[in-house]
Write a protein that binds this ligand. Structure first.
Ligand code: GSH
Length: 214
C-alpha cells in the first residue's frame, strides 16, 4: 500500500482541510499530515510546492496528488469502500452527493460572514444573505435526518462524507451563536461528539488564532 499524506491549513480556520481529514479518520486510513500556516508571506509558495491548484487541502497517495476537498473525499471512499462513507441505498447516496455538492459549491454569504474560527466566539453580524444560507443549511439537515437518518445520529445515519462536508458549518453556528432548532442542535451535538471532530477541535483550540480571517 502506498503512503497517504494530507496537506492542510491551520486547524482553527481551514474549513476545507477539515473535511477530508475527517473522512480519512472515519475511513480508518493512516496518513501523514503536513500543516502549512495560512496568511503568511510564504504561504502561497509553500502551498504551490505541494498543490498544483495553489489551494489546500491536497492528498498525495504515493506519487499521485489529489486536490480539492470533495475530490479527496471521493478518493478516500473509493480506496476504503468498507468504511461506507456514502450511504448504501441509491436514493440516500444520490441525496448525500447532492447536499455535499451544494455545500461545496454554495453558501458564499455564509462563508464570507461566518468564517470558521473554532476557538473563538463572535456576535452574529451576518448579512441577510448569510442568514438565508444558515436557514437553508438547517433545512438540508432536517430533511436528511427525517428521510434518511434513522440508522444513527448523522445526516444519513452513520457518519459519512455529507457530515464531513457540513462539519465546518456546524462549528460556525457555535462560533457566531446562531440559533438551531431541536433537530439541528441534536445533529450539531453528534458532530461535536464524534472522536475525530473532538481531536481536530482540540488541536484547533491549541493554535494561535489568525486575525482578519474570512
Ligand atoms: N474548492 C477548494 C477550496 C480550497 C480553499 O479555498 N482552500 C483555502 C484554505 S481553507 C486555501 O488554500 N487558501 C490559501 C490561498 O488561497 O492562498 C476545496 O474544496 O478544496
Amino acid at each position: 500500500m502506498t503512503e497517504l499524506t494530507l496537506v492542510i491549513g491551520n486547524k482553527n480556520h481551514s474549513s476545507w482541510s477539515l473535511r477530508p481529514w475527517l473522512a480519512l479518520k472515519a475511513a480508518g486510513l493512516p496518513f501523514h499530515e503536513v500543516l502549512i500556516g495560512l496568511r503568511r508571506p510564504e504561504t502561497k509558495t509553500e502551498i504551490l510546492r505541494h498543490s498544483p491548484s495553489g489551494k489546500l487541502p491536497l492528498l498525495t497517495d504515493g506519487a499521485l496528488p489529489i486536490w480539492d476537498s470533495l475530490a479527496i473525499c471521493e478518493y478516500i471512499a473509493e480506496r476504503q469502500p468498507a468504511a461506507g462513507l456514502w450511504p448504501d441505498a441509491a436514493d440516500a447516496r444520490a441525496t448525500a452527493r447532492a447536499v455535499s455538492a451544494e455545500m461545496h459549491a454554495g453558501f458564499m454569504a455564509m462563508r464570507r460572514d461566518y468564517a470558521m474560527d473554532i476557538s473563538r466566539r463572535f456576535p452574529d453580524q451576518g448579512s441577510a444573505e448569510a442568514r438565508a444560507d444558515a436557514a437553508r443549511v438547517q433545512e438540508v439537515w432536517r430533511d436528511c435526518r427525517r428521510r434518511f437518518g434513522a440508522g444513527g445520529d448523522f445526516l444519513f445515519g452513520r457518519f459519512g462524507i455529507a457530515d464531513c462536508m457540513f462539519a465546518p458549518v456546524v462549528t460556525r453556528f457555535r462560533t457566531y451563536g446562531l440559533p438551531l432548532d431541536a433537530v439541528c442542535q441534536a445533529y450539531s451535538d453528534a458532530v461535536f461528539a464524534h472522536p475525530a471532530m473532538r481531536e481536530w477541535c482540540q488541536a484547533a483550540e491549541a493554535e494561535t488564532p489568525l486575525e482578519n480571517t474570512n
